[in-house]
Design a binder for this molecule. Structure first.
Ligand code: SF4
Length: 320
């Protein structure tokens, strides 16, 4: 379904050319799910925008790699061709539902529009809209069609956005921090809903989040991203059972369910994500890594295979 090889996205800024996405590979089969997790600023949102053809060009530009979607390289597509694919074949769900909804149009009209330009007769279309709203767990779909976004709670708005994303039966759903703006209980319900719908519909799901718990709940596989590159990829269960990369281990230690109670916080990893304008040489994690060796300060580690379907970008595993 989706095969990304060596993707590099650059961003021209007054501080120089930055590389928010570097050497990224992604494989996602039909009906499968992959979570991409990392701290804010690690490049995961720029990755999502690059895959959907939505990076602001200029100042951003894909400078290397390929994005194959159903065998077709998306890098060569014009904006017009990309627009045709978005919505019909690929759908994106953003963090803040109000950015995806038009405040002056009723819910019914917006979901109707999401069904595409030739949706059939009006009564049939209204049935389809109600079915979609019902599928995402919204009560009284008929009444809801007449409501406006500001009349709904944040969780209900995000359900409407999910209904719109699924309206045309996309093959790939890309969700970028879809629950960050919601409270914890609503978050879990939305994540469960996304997982259920993805399985029912057989779509591939790429879920991007800063929260390892969120991606592990919804996705079979997890890719951990740091400073623009993926540093570990594994099945969600394997990753939780045995995180390999020192950064992944730090993320695990920050999960409240695995360590102490309270809010999710990534602050247990000392230091900060490096400034893209001043990236350290060698392994970008070395200034924060308790296991850094001399080599880590000069050589960027490759992705190393560690058994079936498992990879880690760390010199510790070169011969291990
Ligand atoms: Fe730490 Fe070195 Fe591994 Fe980077 S390559 S994570 S610095 S041990």
């Amino acid at each position: 379904m989706l095969r990304v090889r060596g993707l590099r996205t650059e961003l021209r800024t007054p501080r120089g050319d930055l590389v928010p996405v570097n050497r990224v590979d992604v494989e996602l089969g039909q009906g499968r799910s992959l979570g991409v997790v990392g701290e804010s600023g690690c490049g995961k949102s720029m990755l999502a925008l690059s895959l959907m053809g939505l990076i602001p060009d200029p100042p951003a530009r894909i400078t290397a790699g390929e994005i194959l979607f159903k065998g077709r390289d998306l890098r060569g597509l014009s904006n017009k061709e990309f627009r045709k694919i978005r919505g019909r074949d690929m759908a994106m769900i953003f963090q803040e539902p109000m950015t995806a909804l038009n405040p002056v149009l009723s819910v019914g009209k917006q979901v109707r529009e999401a069904l595409g330009p030739e949706p059939g007769n009006r009564l049939h279309v209204d049935d389809q809209v109600q079915t979609l709203l019902g599928r995402v767990g919204l009560p009284e779909p008929k009444r809801l069609m007449r409501a406006y976004p500001h009349e709904l709670s944040g969780g209900m708005r995000q359900r409407v956005v999910i209904a719109m994303a699924l309206a045309r039966g996309p093959d790939l759903v890309l969700a970028d921090e879809p629950t960050t703006a919601l409270d914890a209980t609503v978050q879990s319900r939305i994540i469960d809903l996304l997982g259920d719908l993805q399985r029912e519909q057989g779509a591939a799901l790429l879920l991007i989040s800063h929260d390892l718990g969120v991606v592990a709940r919804a996705c079979e596989r997890v890719a951990v991203m740091y400073a623009g590159s993926m540093v570990e990829k594994a099945g969600a269960r394997d990753l939780f059972a045995q995180p390999l990369h020192p950064y992944t281990r730090g993320l695990m230690d920050s999960l409240p369910s695995l360590s102490r109670g309270g809010e999710t916080s990534l602050s247990v990893i000392p230091g900060q994500v490096p400034d893209l304008a001043a990236m350290p040489r060698g392994c970008p994690f070395h200034p924060r890594c308790a296991e850094a060796m001399q080599r880590c300060r000069t050589e960027f580690p490759p992705m190393l295979g560690k058994g079936q379907d498992r990879e880690v970008r760390c010199w510790l595993y070169e011969r291990a």
